[in-house]
Design a protein around this ligand. Structure first.
Ligand code: F3S
Length: 390
């Protein structure tokens, strides 16, 4: 793999120990995946922000790296294990909260923006078409590849942080045009709801794993794209997909000759069945990925004349602090039912300490709640979940 004199010099330690280690990691990945060179990146998005997911080992790692490292590009963070201001309401122990706050401080010391959302492409970190970037967070990186047309591999937390520190990543995988080509065509037959797009992503991800699907017969907006991307990434490691006439690269490839598969009502029903493991719940959590202004507005509209009558079920609405601050009126309505939490989510918060059965309208959460939070899951659309408590 070719390295410029400057890259060789960073590898030799000229920019400090952390930059050297970051470069070593990027070069090692490049060699494994047969990259020809490194490419400059314009931004990074880092996972590994929740104390629940990184633990004391991750905290120690960040303490070491932050001694002499600064990020060279715009870098944002994934959700935390708690709302920074409302963690007591979430029944988070003080010890957890203190460690979580320390993690944020260490990232900020390195110059990372502590916006802490899985939808940074809606405001805090918006790449342009054709940019090379290094993003972790499987749903966000898939949106960036598929809806914006920027280029990223499915980075892990350490890889994305290393790339942010040196401002470069290795040129392989989805950074190369040939690897972004569709591998299967999916003729979808679904209604236009966001929930149906989530189940479509679940069905496609389960069927085709780490493929590059090309969808026809749907016209999703960003709200539906994000939920589809999240479900496909969780169910099948999909990091890139095309939607005919919607995603920017959908016209660049010849899809004749590819296998064509139909996904309709039956497959969506099967997808939903596999995600449902309980018919009773203690918590209903919305916002995986984080709720957008449109979703919050529609939820508030649905709930404005209603009243919560079951007090044995908690409700969380998860979003970014930026979106929450833009929706003050809608938030007032939602808060009659449960807290609108910022910069955290039901999967990376330690909900297993307080709940065993959770309802969600997200197929991604439906995949992860059992494995990462020991939950039994009820997966239904927003209205059907709310009908259980109003
Ligand atoms: Fe975001 Fe948490 Fe879901 S990080 S995509 S809300 S699992």
């Amino acid at each position: 793999m070719y390295l410029t004199p400057e890259e060789e010099s960073i590898l030799g330690g000229s920019a400090g120990e952390s930059a050297q280690k970051a470069m070593e990691l990027i070069v090692a990945l490049g060699k494994v995946y047969d990259a020809d060179r490194l490419v400059d990146i314009t931004s990074a998005h880092l996972s590994g922000a929740s104390y629940k997911t990184i633990g004391d080992g991750g905290l120690k790692y960040l303490e070491d790296v932050s001694k002499d490292a600064k990020v060279k590009v715009t870098a944002t963070l994934n959700p935390l294990g708690m709302d920074r201001d409302r963690w007591a309401e979430m029944r988070i122990p003080e010890k957890f909260a203190n460690k979580q706050l320390k993690i944020i401080e260490l990232y900020e010391k390195m110059g990372v923006k502590s916006t802490c959302s899985c939808t940074p492409y809606l405001g805090a970190n918006v790449p342009s078409f054709g940019d090379h970037v290094a993003w972790a967070e499987s749903s966000a990186l898939s949106v960036v590849n598929s809806y914006i047309g920027a280029r990223t591999n499915r980075e892990g937390g350490p890889g994305a942080l290393a790339a942010a520190i040196v401002g470069k990543t290795a040129n392989y995988g989805l950074h190369l045009k040939e690897n972004r080509a569709p591998t299967v065509v999916i003729d979808a037959d679904i209604d236009g709801t966001i929930f149906s797009h989530s189940l479509l992503g679940q069905a496609a991800g389960s069927m085709f794993g780490a493929s590059v699907p090309y969808f026809r017969n749907i016209s999703p907006d960003i709200d539906s794209i994000k939920t589809m991307a999240a479900a496909m990434a969780a169910a099948g490691s999909v990091a890139m997909f095309h939607v005919e006439n919607v995603t920017p690269e959908s016209k660049l490839y010849d899809i004749s000759g590819l296998e064509v598969v139909h996904i309709g009502k039956k497959e969506l029903g099967e997808a939903r069945t596999t995600l449902n493991t309980t018919d009773d719940i203690q918590l209903i959590a919305f916002g995986c990925p984080h709720l957008t202004v449109r979703e919050i507005t529609e939820m508030a509209e649905f709930l404005k004349d209603k009243k919560k009558i079951r007090n044995d079920v908690d409700i969380w609405f998860c979003t970014s602090s930026e979106v929450r601050s833009r929706c003050a009126d809608q938030v007032r309505i939602l808060e009659r039912f449960g807290p609108v939490l910022a910069d955290t989510c039901m999967v990376v918060a330690p909900i297993e300490s307080n709940y065993q059965r959770t309802g969600t309208n997200s197929a991604k959460a439906g995949n992860y709640l059992p494995t990462l939070c020991s939950q039994n899951v009820m997966c239904r659309d927003f209205a059907k979940l709310m009908e259980l408590v109003i």
